[in-house]
Every structure is written in C-alpha cells, then in structure tokens.
Design a protein around this ligand. Structure first.
Ligand code: CTP
Length: 406
C-alpha cells in the first residue's frame, strides 16, 4: 500500500464528468479523505446522470458544485476562488468531450471554467471507449493538455463498459491517489540542496556569413526542464543555452547564452570547475564552416557560395570527461537512429560519462515536442530507467532521481 500521508491537509478539486467510470469516483473521494485531504467535488451536468451528487457530497463532506449559481439562494460559486484554494485538481473520469473542452478552452460549465482558472497542478484520468480513445482528435487533445503542463494519468487496457477489450479504462482510484502522493513527495524533495548543477541545452548555431548558419532542430525543452527541476530540488543551476525560443524564470538558475559550439565549450569548461553534476542535453553541431564570410554572400557574385568546407567542432562532453575529478557526475544524451544501445554505450566510454540518456527518435517524440521516451544506461550497460511516453518536465524528475542514485 502506497504512503499517502503527504496528502494530509491538501485541498483537492475532484472534477467528475459523464462516463460510466464515474462510479469509481466515489472510492476516489473516500481514499483522498482517508489520506486527510479536503475534497471539493465539481460535477458536470452529465456526470449527475451517472452518479448521485448526494453520494459525493456525503463522502466529501461538502456540497457538490455543478452550476455557476445555487438555484434557490443565488449564491455564486467563484471558479477563481476555487482555483486558488486548490493544491491540485483531478479530473476523473475525464470524457473525450471534457478533454476536448479543456484543450480548446470551452468554458460552458463549472468544471472547465474552474480548470481554466486553476493555478495548481492538474491531473487528468481519461476514461472512454477504445475507439474514442484512439480517435486522432482525442490523441491531439490529450497532447494539448500535456503541452499545457497537465499530468495525464493514462487509462489502462482491459474490458470496457461496451464489453470491448482495449485501452480506455480509467486508472484505478488507488493508483490515482498514488500518483498525487508521488507528485507532492517529489515537489517537496530537496535532495539537490547545496549542489551546483550545470546543464547544456538547445542547439548551437555555426555561422556561414552574418545571416546564415548551420543548426539543428533541438528546441532546448528537455535541458530547460532539467535545469528547472534541479533548481526546484534545491540546486544552484548554471544553464548554458544555445539559441532557443524558450526562457525560464525559475529562481536559482543562471543562464549563460551562447551561440556556437566553441562558445559553449568555453562556458562549460569554466562552469564545470565548481559543478557537482553536469548534464549535457545540448545538441551540439558536430561541424562548423571552416571559413566565416564577413559579408553576406551574394547569389550573383563570383565569390558566391558553391560549397562549404566543414571542420570538426570540439567535443564538449569529452573535454569535461577528461577534466572530471572524483565526485563529479557527468551525464550525456544520445540520439541514435541505428544500433541505439550499442552506440549509446560506446559514447559513455568514449566521453567518460557516468550515465547516458538515450532519446527515442520514434515519430512524434524527442525534438520540438513536449513529450519524450528515454532509456538511461550506466557504464556497465545496466538500464537505470526505461520510461513510457511522458511530459519532458516529468521525465526531468525521473532522470534527476536516477542521477542522484548513481
Ligand atoms: N556532445 C558535446 N559536444 C559535441 C557533441 C556532442 O558535448 N561536439 C554531447 C551531447 O551534448 C550529448 C553527447 O555528447 O550529451 C552525445 O551527443 P551526440 O551528438 O549523440 O554524439 P556525437 O559524439 O556527436 O556522436 P554522433 O553524432 O556521431 O552520434
């Protein structure tokens, strides 16, 4: 049985939508209340067809909210106040329709309106028939929710209300409560207090002339997520970032902006001197143009560009691997299309890393998106983490857990 004591005193909004799995919400409230949490239930009008509000108000000890106003007293239920009151919002079961409304901001009921006002972490436990679950609109809407930072509690596969077998069963209440308990346990974790963590992130740009450069499509999201989570866990973080379209405002992070691989190397060598942990999440350009043209190369001129001679850039991770002293941890990333594991492991030894994070290159994962699938290996080839598809921010915590355990 999971330790749920961390939920004591937490304010939880439980949103219930109109699906057969709404009957499981009764157990969910009971488990939250048993763990010491205060629960405010909000039901959509349809949810009331599936489970009686009186059951939910009795179990939660609070009147259930469905409408914007209480009919006889005219009392207004402030979605803004509710959103501020909550430490977490859980929508279970979440139907395809509510997920669509949340993704699109359709605030036509109290539940979605409160969701849009909520400042707290939001957990969504989808439940629907397998074909609805597999429909591209559902998949896309769930991806939207993930990109807003919401946590998706994936439905399990099994027998559904339609008697069909497939993915769409709402996760069991015990497991939903465990997900929240883990979340709060992690959020209060300060295991990196007093540590200096260095992270490289994003691509590098290797200029050809004042307006052109060689680059790759790394977004920097994974590196930024690692820097933010490390800072939240108490570390002093130096984030060495190539050119990206994202920024961070989390306290405790010093950002050094660089453009080329050589700039990144210089910043990394200086920072590594005092770092306890270095995480090399940048997608460094392996080559740069040998010649930089001071003036924009003209298409028509005789000196127009026919070919670019490339020279090798320094290997930043390998340079740190040589400089590494006892007690420092150096973590690399690898992105492979062939012989994934063998190539990743050869990089660990070539660059003297302590662990390597192998990114998945399957469709829709890795570059530019908010989710990823990774495997982490140690120097002996042991798998330290084998993740499912997850939000990069959640993966960042998983990866930091692994690094702490090395
Ligand atoms: N890396 C680095 N400096 C470089 C190239 C890579 O610091 N010039 C780091 C990356 O940040 C990553 C690890 O080394 O942590 C592996 O990067 P990857 O590009 O996969 O490896 P390469 O050595 O460039 O090998 P290849 O491109 O041939 O797969």
């Amino acid at each position: 049985m999971h330790d749920t004591s961390i939920l004591a005193g937490k304010h939880i909004i439980l949103g219930i939508t109109g699906g057969i799995a709404a009957y499981k919400s009764a157990s969910l409230v009971r488990l939250f209340v048993k763990a010491g949490a205060e629960v405010q239930v909000i039901m959509t009008p349809n949810a009331r067809q599936f489970i009686a509000p009186v059951t939910m108000s009795t179990l939660s000890g609070k009147p259930v909210i469905t409408e914007f106003f209480t009919a006889n007293s005219g009392e207004w239920h402030s979605h803004v106040d509710l959103g501020l009151w909550a430490d977490a919002m859980v929508i279970a079961p979440a139907t395809a329709s509510t997920i669509g409304k949340m993704a699109g901001g359709v605030a036509d009921n109290m539940l979605v309106t409160t969701y849009l006002s909520a400042k707290c972490p939001v957990f969504v436990a989808p439940a629907m028939d397998l074909d609805m679950m597999a429909h591209p609109s559902t998949t896309r809407n769930i991806e939207y929710l993930r990109s807003y930072g919401n946590h998706i509690i994936e439905p399990a596969a099994g027998e559904l209300a339609s008697h069909l077998i497939g993915k769409g069963r709402m996760e069991e209440p015990e497991n939903i409560v465990a997900v929240l308990a883990d979340f709060f346990a992690r959020a209060s974790k300060r295991d990196l207090d007093g540590k200096h963590v260095m992270v490289t992130a994003g691509p590098t740009h290797e200029p050809i002339d004042p307006v052109r450069y060689i680059a790759n499509s790394s977004s920097g999201k994974m590196g930024y997520a690692l820097a933010e989570k490390a800072a939240r866990r108490g570390a002093r973080v130096t984030l060495i970032s190539g050119p990206v379209n994202i920024s961070t405002s989390v306290p405790g992070i010093d950002v050094i902006h660089v453009t080329t691989a050589r700039d990144m190397l210089e910043a990394a060598i200086a920072t590594f001197k005092t770092a306890d942990i270095a995480i090399m999440a940048a997608a460094v350009a392996d080559y740069r143009p040998e010649v930089y043209h001071d003036h924009k190369i003209k298409r028509e001129s005789d000196s127009g560009l026919q070919e670019i001679t490339l020279v090798k850039n320094p290997d930043i991770a390998a340079s740190l691997g040589k400089a590494k002293h006892h007690g420092q941890k150096l973590i690399g990333f690898a992105l492979e299309t062939d012989n994934e594991q063998a190539n990743a492991l050869s990089k660990i030894h070539r660059k003297n890393l302590d662990a390597i994070v192998l990114n998945s290159l399957r469709q829709g994962e890795c570059f530019g998106v908010d989710t990823n699938i990774v495997k982490v290996f140690d120097r002996d080839g042991n798998i330290l983490l084998d993740s499912p598809l997850k939000a990069k921010s959640d993966l960042a915590d998983d990866i930091l857990d692994v690094i702490s355990s090395i």
